[in-house]
Write a protein that binds this ligand. Structure first.
Ligand code: NAI
Length: 471
């Protein structure tokens, strides 16, 4: 039996990126994956298909909105949706990407082993092929667990793939539901709620908290809610879901909820449950291997991503920190580098977070409220996209850029954006913060004109009340 320097279980963004980096650094690497394609949840059924659907549904919504199209000089007549064609296009986008990742990994010399992997003791990974063939044992100097996460199921709303659906189903419906009820106003609920609202569903989002997009700046969340409301989404906040009455005859299913003592009912063709994800730790053989979990069911790791079992590492959604693909990727790189004798670390304070609605919410670092809670003295700089030339020329003036800076040192503590394509702008904020940049550094950085990114520069200037295009 060949001994690998590194055997990775799970080929999502964490696992496959770790594999590529490890191979670059000369480590003999195997990547175990049960899906027929690489890329994990993110590329196959998560980030990428949902972004494809957001793009395609936005195009449809634009031409279907006769008034908006006419105002842009486009005359439309009898616009109708071909959902099958739209899904085919989405699948082609995903298909091209996962194929590309497969080629990259293969060309780097990583050995891809198909099947379900588990810890086999004695530095071994046991792989059970999906076709029921003989188990394969792989010997490893180090093992990396990167199996990601699965949707959380509510006990009284079990996924059946028909009436009660998860994001896995909601990216592949073959019919536009007339009434879609979304449980949870987090990233998945807001993004997929937007997609189906654009394609014609009446969407109601039922959220337990009194606000949407928890974790984001409150002002960003408030504006986003208003904007999504204008796009047709209805929000029922501070409402606790209690159950579902099944559909009977021609009658729809009814989701029941409570707000204070008030009973709420929502008729639904389908209910998308998007109340978070849990780490995929089951059936990995963790207990026998001595890999311990923390109180949140995540795998305990030290600063070098090593679990409580020597030589076994874990990254991404399996361990503490935000459940985001790019966080897992960076951790994958860090583990590969640590194993190759280099330093490797990931600062969770610098992980950007984006909700890809229209407008997009994008954020990094401390919010104003979180900074104040920590007792920090802060100064805020804000700039509206309504005063940004490119935003005006694009017809996308909703939202603003907000910089939270330390009042004494001017160091940027956080950046919060709401607006068109702000997912692309947040990287600049991360870069400034990574190098310990100040609001003045951001404000003095030359930005191409006209670009949306100038709003971020102006927000940097606004911290010292020196924004040029604002009074
Ligand atoms: P989430 O944790 O972002 O949001 C779940 C929401 O459901 C919360 O607002 C929570 O208060 C609410 N909730 C929980 N239990 C509830 C109940 N019983 N009734 C009503 N509301 C309830 O989880 P989500 O949206 O499912 O996403 C899962 C993970 O995937 C998250 O970590 C998210 O960040 C990540 N993700 C990231 C995306 C992005 O970066 N754009 C896109 C999709 C997912």
């Amino acid at each position: 039996m060949d001994t690998f320097d590194l055997v990775i279980i799970g080929a999502g963004p964490g696992g496959y990126v770790a594999a590529i980096r490890a191979a670059q650094l000369g480590l003999k690497t195997a990547l175990v994956e049960k899906r027929s394609t690489l890329g994990g949840t993110c590329l196959n059924v998560g980030c990428i298909p949902s972004k494809a659907l957001l793009h395609l549904s936005a195009q449809f919504a634009f031409v279907a909105d006769e008034k908006a199209a006419a105002a842009a000089g486009i005359k439309t007549k009898e616009v109708s949706l071909d959902l099958a064609a739209l899904m085919k296009r989405k699948n082609a986008m995903v298909g091209g990407l996962v194929k590309g990742v497969g080629t990259l990994v293969e060309k780097r010399g990583v050995e891809v082993v198909r099947g379900t992997g588990r810890l086999g003791g004695d530095n071994k990974v046991v792989v059970k092929p999906e076709d029921g063939g003989d188990e394969v044992r792989l010997a490893a100097k180090a093992i990396l667990l990167a199996t990601g996460s699965v949707p959380v199921e509510l006990p009284f709303l079990k996924f059946d793939g028909k009436t009660v659906i998860s994001s896995d189903h909601a990216i592949a419906l073959d019919k536009v539901p007339e009434e879609l009820v979304v449980v949870g106003a987090g990233a998945i609920g807001l993004e997929l709620g937007s997609v189906w609202a654009r394609l014609g569903s009446k969407v109601t989002v039922v959220e337990m908290l009194p606000r949407i997009a928890a974790g984001f700046d409150e002002e960003v969340a408030r504006h986003l809610q208003r904007s999504l409301g204008r796009q047709g989404l209805t929000f029922e906040l501070a409402a606790k879901v209690t159950g579902l009455n099944a559909a009977k005859g021609k009658k729809k299913a009814v989701l029941t909820a409570e707000r204070d003592d008030q009973k709420l009912t929502f008729p639904a063709d389908q209910v998308l449950v998007a109340v978070g994800r849990r780490p995929a730790t089951r059936d990995l053989g963790l207990e026998d291997a001595g890999v311990e979990l923390d109180d949140n069911g995540r795998i305990k790791t030290n600063t070098t991503f090593q679990t409580t079992a020597k030589g076994i590492y874990a990254i991404g959604d399996l361990i503490a920190g935000p459940m985001l693909a790019h966080k897992g990727e960076e951790e994958g790189v860090a583990v590969a580098e640590i194993l190759a004798g280099k330093p490797g670390e990931v600062d969770h304070n610098l992980v950007p977070n984006v909700v890809y609605t229209e407008p997009e919410a994008a954020s990094v670092g401390l919010t104003e409220a979180a900074a104040k809670e920590k007792g920090l003295d802060v100064r805020i700089g804000k700039f509206s996209f309504g005063a940004n030339g490119r935003a005006i020329a694009t017809g996308a003036t909703e939202g603003f850029a907000k910089v939270v800076a330390d009042a004494k040192t001017d160091r940027i503590l956080g950046v919060h954006l709401l607006g068109h394509h702000t997912s692309e702008l947040i990287a600049e904020a991360v870069a400034h913060m990574t190098y310990g940049g100040s609001a003045e550094d951001l404000g003095r950085t030359i930005h191409a004109h006209p670009t949306l990114s100038e709003a971020l520069k102006e927000a940097g200037l606004a911290v010292s009340k020196s924004a040029i295009h604002a009074l």
